[in-house]
Every structure is written in C-alpha cells, then in structure tokens.
Write a protein that binds this ligand. Structure first.
Ligand code: NAD
Ligand code: UDP
Length: 314
C-alpha cells in the first residue's frame, strides 16, 4: 500500500484519480481549496478509512509524509482560470514550487498534470512532445499556458538540480462525469444546453478542432506514467487522437440527446487555438502500449447520463 497525495483531488479529474487509487488498495490524501472542485465529487469516498480530505491552498506550503504526489491543483476551464489570472499563475507556479519542495524533502515521486496548452495555437499538426509551442505570453490564456510552462521548467530543474523523481504529462481536452455543469468548457456546455433545450453556443465558425479524451483513459495513462521506468520523465502527451470540429461535436451531442436545440454563433474568444491533436507515439512506446479505449460516442453517452441525472436532481 502506498500513501498518495492528490492536489486538486476534489476536481473533475482528481476525483476519478482518487477513486481509482483507492480501488487499487492505496491510501489517498485529497487536498483541495474547492475553487472549482466540489465535495460532492468525492463524497462517496469519505467513508473509506484510507481516504483523507484536506482543505488547503497549494500556494501555501504543506507538509505530509507520502510516497507519491499527483499535482493537479489548478482551474482548467478558460472561464475559471481567466477569472483571477494572477491567482492562476500563483497556483501553477507557487503550487509547483511547494509540491516539488515537499517531494524533495520527503523523497517522493511527483507527477505534474501539464497540458496541451503548452503548445498554444500550434503551427505543427498533430503535436508531438518535441514541439516547443506557439503561445502568446501576454494574451488572456497566458496565465494558464505560461503558468503551466513555468511549472514544467520547475519540474525539470528540480530533477536536474535536486534529483527529484519527476513525471510530466501533457493532458489534451478531457471530459466525463463530474465536470462542473457551469464549468464553461465545451463538452459540459453543449450537453447541458442540449438537455435543457437551450441554444448551443458555437464560438467563432465552429471549425476549430479539439481531440476529446474520456476521463478513464486519462486516469489509466496517469497511473502508468507514475509507474513507468525511473529514467522516463516525460513530457508525454496523454490524449485521444480522434479530432473533431466544434460543429461536429455539437451535432453528435444533439443526436445523442435527441435535442431540439438550435446552434447560436458567438464571437470567438481571443487566442482560441484553431486545432489540437496529440501524437501519442511516445505514450504507446513508454507506457506499455497505452492508448485510449473509449471513443467519443460512448464517452459522450456516459457523460450525458451523468448530466441528465444531476439536472433532474436540481
Ligand atoms: P477542475 O477545475 O475540475 O479541477 C481542479 C481542482 O484544483 C479543483 O478541485 C480546484 O478546486 C483545485 N484547485 C484550484 N486551485 C487550487 C489551489 N490554489 N489550491 C488547491 N486546490 C486548487 O479541472 P480538471 O479538469 O479536473 O483539471 C485537473 C488538472 O488537469 C488541472 O491541473 C488542469 O490544468 C489539468 N488539465 C486538465 C485538462 C482537461 O481537459 N480537463 C486538460 C489539460 C490539463
Ligand atoms: N467553445 C464553444 N462553445 C462553448 C464553449 C467552448 O464553441 O460554449 C469552443 C472554444 O472556443 C474552443 C473549444 O470549444 O474552441 C474548446 O473550448 P474549451 O473551453 O472546452 O477548452 P480549450 O479551448 O481550453 O481547449
């Protein structure tokens, strides 16, 4: 049994990760300040004696003895990370410094949840890990993109200078149950709008693309990365290479919900990337043939069931 700290554990991805780690027989400490996360996401774990919940903000140091740290604390939706951009940078950068300092002191292995946003609006397609990205350092997404890029730099420097055992994954758009219905991200927005019969909000012409990964595939990739051979540090892309336009996503959601919702076109936010698709050759090679197993229709169906349930409870 390992003792594992998950920062951002009450969030969408963190809650699935905590659950999986507990199911595998580990002791899990979930740390969160509930900025975008929710106790409801982990309420079903609270009776488990091997689960502990801690309200804490990663911008402040935290001390605990654990074997592994998964560092997920950071708002992920553009609406939320742009709400208080300075805080977003502090969470990424000071959070990384505090968690790396902890890992160094207690000799723990630490995994960073980085993002495809480090590639910015990419001008190579698909994106592989050798690409350095195309990020506007002063744009509205920069608090998140540059915060995560700085965190990657900190991870690699703590490894080079202090021998900290690091792992870095770059997560591509991930969706599934327990996304916040008011989160503002495209999958949750479209599903909630379709279920309520409201207009589906397409930003821009809807021809921009994203590659959507179901959360269970990501969690599998995260755990394989944490357990990968010692000298494989990443960064490694974890995503589903199947790429869709936002119009195709809207149509699929309308079909699966039998919704009468119409499309409504809104202005495209600044610096919105036009395309995104992971090259996952490295993950396949290093993570024991890891690849996504849940495709969009199946994943959306499960996610729609979840939102349908929570909207009916309201
Ligand atoms: P989320 O917003 O649901 O979860 C983030 C969690 O971090 C929340 O529970 C929030 O309360 C917590 N948090 C935020 N600031 C904190 C702070 N200062 N101290 C402590 N806790 C704090 O988002 P998510 O989709 O679950 O994302 C989890 C991680 O994965 C994030 O680091 C995100 O950048 C990364 N990621 C997610 C995606 C995606 O598509 N979902 C893509 C790339 C990277
Ligand atoms: N988007 C959209 N309608 C919405 C929300 C988002 O068309 O209601 C678009 C957004 O402009 C972007 C894509 O969907 O091109 C993915 O947006 P999201 O916020 O989910 O993630 P990110 O841009 O960080 O990949």
């Amino acid at each position: 049994m390992k003792r594992i700290l998950v920062t951002g554990g009450a969030g969408f991805i963190g809650s699935h990760l905590c659950e999986r780690l507990l199911n595998e027989g580990n002791e899990v400490i979930c740390l969160d300040n509930y900025f975008t996360g929710n106790k409801q996401n982990i309420i079903h774990l609270l009776n488990n004696p091997y689960f502990e919940l801690i309200r804490h903000d990663v911008t402040h140091p935290y001390f605990i003895e654990v074997d592994e740290i998964y560092n997920l604390a950071c708002p992920a939706s553009p609406v939320h990370y742009q709400h208080n951009p300075i805080k977003t940078i502090k969470t990424s950068v000071m959070g990384a410094i505090n968690m790396l300092g902890l890992a160094k002191r207690i000799n723990a292995k630490i995994l960073q949840a980085s993002t495809s946003e480090v590639y910015g609006d990419p001008n190579i397609h698909p994106q592989d890990e050798n690409y350095w990205g195309n990020v506007n350092p002063i744009g509205i997404r920069s608090c998140y993109d540059e915060g995560k890029r700085c965190a990657e730099s900190l991870f690699f420097n703590y490894n080079a200078q202090n021998n900290v055992d690091i792992k870095v994954i770059r997560i591509f758009n991930t969706y599934g149950p327990r996304m916040n219905p008011n989160d503002g991200r495209v999958v949750s927005n479209f599903i909630v709008q379709a279920l309520k019969g409201e207009d589906i909000t397409i930003f821009g012409d809807g021809m921009q693309t994203r590659s959507f990964q179901y959360v269970d595939d990501l969690v599998e990739g995260m755990i394989r990365m944490m357990n990968s051979r010692n000298d494989f540090l990443g960064p490694v892309n974890i995503g589903n290479p199947n790429e869709f336009t936002m119009l195709e996503l809207a149509q699929e959601v309308i079909n699966l919900t039998n919704s009468k919702s119409k499309l409504s076109y809104m202005p495209l936010p600044a610096d919105d990337p036009t395309q995104r698709q992971p090259n996952i050759d490295l993950a396949k090679k290093e993570l024991n043939n890891w690849e996504p197993t849940v495709q969009l229709k199946e994943g959306l169906t499960k996610t729609i069931e979840y939102f349908d349930h929570i909207l009916k409870m309201k």
